[in-house]
Design a protein around this ligand. Structure first.
Ligand code: NAP
Length: 482
């Protein structure tokens, strides 16, 4: 594959230093291609280009920008299969998942924000004979920093509203998954998006990401990634009074109440636990089950987990591929070891040396879906984010205890409740300290709704009006009749 290059001021360029790093296919542990290892100077060039383009882009009308989003959506949709193939290659996720989730949602993000803006009207308020008009301007140059688990899905979730509201962009994808961000750059280039409106700088987080956060001309930062990195981003950006949106880690609880119809929900629970090898920030990694149904639940759940088809991500039948890298596999396995040290029992899966995945390359980052039981709900394995195919099972004696266990961690991103009684599920959901709770479903996303976390899972909300608000500055113009 051709080396990936930065996209700055409408041109594909190498890092100023000429340095590169490799992006690796985690299923085979082989190099896919070289990627620029950029530095602050590359971010400086990208920011200068974005700043130079900001006035003209900000002066385009909303109608013109909606048309741009629609053009980008159409162009991506025409290449949905390419997007899915690139994403599967770069992440090790099954091709079927990459089609259904990554490619489809990347297109949908552009289409959604175009449609959403069509119905949008800024409010006016009348009082004391005066009329207040809310006027929106772009923030200016914004920095978009995204992780490796859903590469184009999450980048497009930020690029679409940023463009829509008239901002120009300096973006950095994870250095582990640069291919679809590069594809987006090629797409907007081919469409003739004005130079400097969208800039992409590849490289390591502490080098490129940090330089974006530090640059004084980048006025807003939308960051999705881990909580520890988010803390660094906040520490750098807050004293500069930048607009800041932080979408961070989670340790989400899946709560199964005693009346849950186990046979009907089991597939949903396995999906909530192991989609994308558990590498979705919204995956439920702690399953809390009423003690009266715990044994039956555990038996049915393990049987369903063991039906998952693991293997070559390129195989159409594969349901679970690899984790993102050998390093990440080592991190996930360290948590399986910790779980055992903390007194847990492996009910299925486990360390790859003991439970290898047959028929896959030995140095691929494959791991079996792993279920641990017998752990305290407050131990490290059950409270720290593992971000891999590992879930812990716990039982509770009452709903109050379940609420306490669900709210035990420092995180508060998402959760789900499973019950035959919708009122009961709704009441339980409101007691969970999270940004999102699903009742009898998971990853069911209406893009108009607020998305984000509480506690250490983030600051701010994305989605629909919230994204439009983040990517704009509001001026209230109060007009009094003379
Ligand atoms: P990460 O290590 O925090 O990295 C996220 C992004 O930040 C990457 O592009 C990374 O670059 C960059 N980065 C690293 N250090 C930086 C710094 N000092 N300044 C600025 N940027 C920096 O997270 P990850 O491992 O890629 O992703 C997994 C995490 O993301 C999990 O915690 C998961 O829960 C979270 N996540 C949250 C959401 C949500 O919506 N709340 C969604 C998806 C994922 P490099 O990759 O080059 O280091």
């Amino acid at each position: 594959m051709e080396p990936v290059r930065n996209y700055i001021n409408g041109a594909f360029v190498d890092a100023v230093s000429g340095q590169t790093l490799d992006t690796v296919n985690p299923a085979t542990n082989t190099v896919i291609t070289a990627v620029p290892r950029s530095q602050a100077v590359d971010v400086k060039h990208a920011t200068e280009a974005a700043k130079a383009a900001a006035t003209a882009w900000g002066a385009t009308t909303m109608v013109e920008r909606i048309a741009w989003l629609e053009r980008i959506a159409d162009a991506l949709e025409a290449e949905a299969e390419t997007i899915a193939q690139l994403e599967s290659l770069d992440t090790g996720k099954p091709i079927s998942l990459a089609r259904r989730v990554d490619a489809a949602r990347s297109v949908a993000n552009f289409r959604f924000f175009a449609d959403h803006a069509k119905g949008h009207q800024d409010p006016t308020f009348s009082d004391h004979g005066a009329v207040n008009h809310v006027h929106r301007s772009p923030v200016g140059v914004v920095g978009l920093i995204t992780p490796w688990n859903l590469p184009l899905y999450l980048l497009s979730w930020k690029v679409a509203p940023a463009l829509l509201m008239g901002n120009t962009i300096v973006a950095k994808p994870s250095e582990l998954t640069p291919l679809t961000a590069d594809f987006l750059a090629k797409t907007v280039h081919a469409l003739g998006l004005p130079a400097g409106v969208f800039n992409l700088v590849h490289g390591y987080g502490p080098e490129v990401g940090q330089a974006i956060v530090e640059h004084p001309d980048i006025r807003g930062i939308s960051f999705t990634g881990g909580t520890a990195t988010g803390r660094l981003v906040a520490a750098t950006a807050a004293p500069m009074f930048k607009k800041l949106s932080l979408e961070l880690g989670g340790k989400n609880a899946t709560v199964v109440l005693d009346d849950a119809p186990l046979d009907d929900i089991m597939e949903g629970l396995v999906r909530a636990s192991f989609t994308n090898s558990g590498q979705v920030c919204l995956c439920g990694s702690r399953i809390l089950v009423d003690e009266t149904i715990y044994d039956t639940f555990a038996e049915k759940f393990i049987a369903k987990v063991e039906e998952l088809r693991l293997g070559d991500p390129q195989d159409e039948a594969t349901q679970m591929g690899t984790v993102i890298s050998q390093d990440h596999k080592a991190k996930v396995e360290s948590y399986i070891r910790l779980g055992i040290e903390e007194g847990g029992t492996v009910l299925t899966g486990g360390l790859s040396e003991l439970a290898p995945v047959p028929g896959v390359p030995s140095d691929g980052a494959f791991l079996r879906p792993t279920v641990l039981a017998g752990l305290s709900a407050s131990c490290r394995t059950a409270t720290e984010e593992i971000f891999g195919p590992v879930v812990t099972l716990h039982s509770f004696a009452s709903e109050d205890e379940a609420v306490e266990m669900a709210n035990l961690t420092e995180y508060g991103l998402a959760g789900s409740v499973w019950t035959a009684d919708i009122e009961r599920g709704h009441a339980f959901a409101k007691r969970m300290e999270t940004g999102i709770v699903w009742v009898n479903t998971w990853l069911n996303r209406d893009l108009r709704t607020p998305f984000g976390g509480v506690k250490q899972s983030g600051v701010g909300r994305e989605g629909g009006d919230w994204s439009m608000a983040f990517f704009s500055e509001m001026t209230n113009v109060c007009i009094q009749q003379p």
